[in-house]
Write a protein that binds this ligand. Sequence first.
Ligand code: SAM
Length: 275
Amino acid sequence: MSNLDILNKHNFKFNKSFGQNFIFDKNFLKSFVVGIVDKNTTVLEIGPGAGTLTSILCENAKRVVSFEIDKNLKPILDENLSNFNNVEVIFQDIMKVDITEIENIMGEEYIIVANLPYYITTPIIFKFLENSTKLKSLIIMVQLEVAERLVAKAGSKDYGAITPAIDYRGDAKIIKKVNRTMFTPVPNVDSAIVQIDLKNKYNITNNKIVDETIKCIFAMRRKTLENNIKSYFKLPTETVDNIISECEFPKQIRGEKLTTDEIIKLSQVIEKYLK
Ligand code: SAM
């Protein structure tokens, strides 16, 4: 019986508000899991749905922990994952679980592999980027337009706070585009799989000031960098002028033009002036 048949047998109704668009094509899922996951890998999956990706992960990984918000999926996941003893499904909203608790459950370094619910893609990414201590990489299926934002060039239309927030922590790339027809039910947009490998490229010891600087830069996109720094960090004009000239940026520059290198430099100068 296919996973779709099992859903029908249990009279499962897709819940749009949970971003439920499932993928049943095992060969497609295998094609990107194999090569990324092996028997030494511990995987955190967010949103197993009917468990098709989960079962591929179980076949290839050492251990899989999946968080699912929708308890209606329990009998379906019980049936679809009954052959595996290396999986634990936890029925909780991932956004409501503290990262320390999640990482206690993971127990060791882990990667995230997930077809993410579209309505909370960005909050999930920020939650893990900003708080995790054991996460090594994320291999996530997201809407194509979000994928383009995750890997955008500085100053481009897709460039947003999440782009440098990822870029200073590692390397992100789109590994595969995914046609919308791959999903059930078929959504209105295509998707892509993005791989983010985390590494401390800039030897940052204080992430907080870099994250604050990124938030400041993108706080009001149409304002100049000078105005954003003034209002975000509550600094006087003279100090902000000194910060901008010490960074050797043009006075009227807009924050959204800054590359990751420039943002890191700016954060270090701001930190100095905040002391
Ligand atoms: N992994 C499955 C697949 O590829 O077919 C399902 C992917 S579907 C896009 C997203 C899944 O995330 C759904 O099963 C949905 O119920 C679940 N989900 C949505 N919000 C969630 C949350 N806050 N915490 C945990 N799971 C969530």
